[in-house]
Design a protein around this ligand. Structure first.
Ligand code: CA
Length: 244
């Protein structure tokens, strides 16, 4: 099994150098493009297992590049933003990125996110097939966990505080999306579009009803939620650390 190929699209020399050394040490092959247009021109030839995509790039922006790649590929994409503002998060998610990190980031955190994204994207979608050299030892594929919620995505099983929980499909999908992006705000629009589809955007009730039902199953005190919290004017956020 060859090493997974990471396509680093980044114009800042200091980041490129650090990533080339750091990611190689972590077992990845690193291919670099210095601007958005170069990334698109070389995407097919590079055939990456993961794309690490800076948002601010010469010629074509990272957002453009992400949208363009998503037209024909489900390859895992992690966007890199320069600001931690939530707008960047939302933009990153709406263009079809799987995750994002904010500069400056720690290599350890980045690699953890890369592995997580590659684990949950099926190999047929552009991930790593068969033996997975980047998997953390002991981590089951397709299992995501935050706080006291554990989700086995492949088996469609949820447990809260160690107790199995049966969820209808839409509640399962909603909880999975929130837990996958634990700690980040997901806007109402993004949640509705991803879970129910474009036709439901503008329908405010459906999402709220599902959130309410999930809270009765996940929260110790559904009336005072500490896991699935409302972010006023934006959407919802899953808190992995309820004491934070
Ligand atoms: Ca940049």
């Amino acid at each position: 099994m060859s090493r997974p190929v990471v396509f680093v699209v980044e114009d800042e020399d200091s980041f490129v150098e650090a990533l080339e050394i750091g990611l190689a040490r972590e077992g990845f092959d690193v291919v670099v493009a210095r601007d958005g247009q170069e990334a698109l021109d070389r995407f097919a030839e590079v055939c990456p297992d993961l794309v690490l995509l800076d948002v601010m790039l010469p010629r074509r922006s990272g957002v453009d590049v992400c949208r363009e790649i998503r037209r024909h590929s489900a390859v895992p994409i992690i966007m890199v933003t320069a600001k931690s503002s939530e707008i960047d998060t939302v933009v990153g998610l709406e263009v079809g990125a799987d995750d994002y990190v904010t500069k400056p980031y720690r290599l350890r955190e980045l690699v953890a996110r890369m592995r997580a994204v590659m684990r949950r994207i099926p190999p047929s979608a552009g991930g790593v097939a068969g033996f997975d050299p980047v998997a953390e030892p002991g981590a089951a594929p397709g299992v995501i966990e935050a706080g006291d919620v554990m989700i086995d995505v492949d088996r469609h099983e949820v447990s809260v505080r160690g107790r199995p929980l049966r969820l209808p499909l839409k509640e399962f999908e909603l909880l999975t999306m929130l837990v996958r992006h634990a700690g980040r705000v997901l806007t109402r629009e993004v949640l509705i579009e991803r879970i129910w589809g474009m036709d439901y955007v503008g329908d405010t009730k459906t999402l709220d009803v599902h959130i309410k039902r999930l809270r009765t199953k996940v929260e110790l005190e559904p009336a005072a939620p500490v896991r699935i919290v409302t972010v006023r004017g934006l959407g919802y956020k899953f808190m992995a650390d309820a004491d934070a």
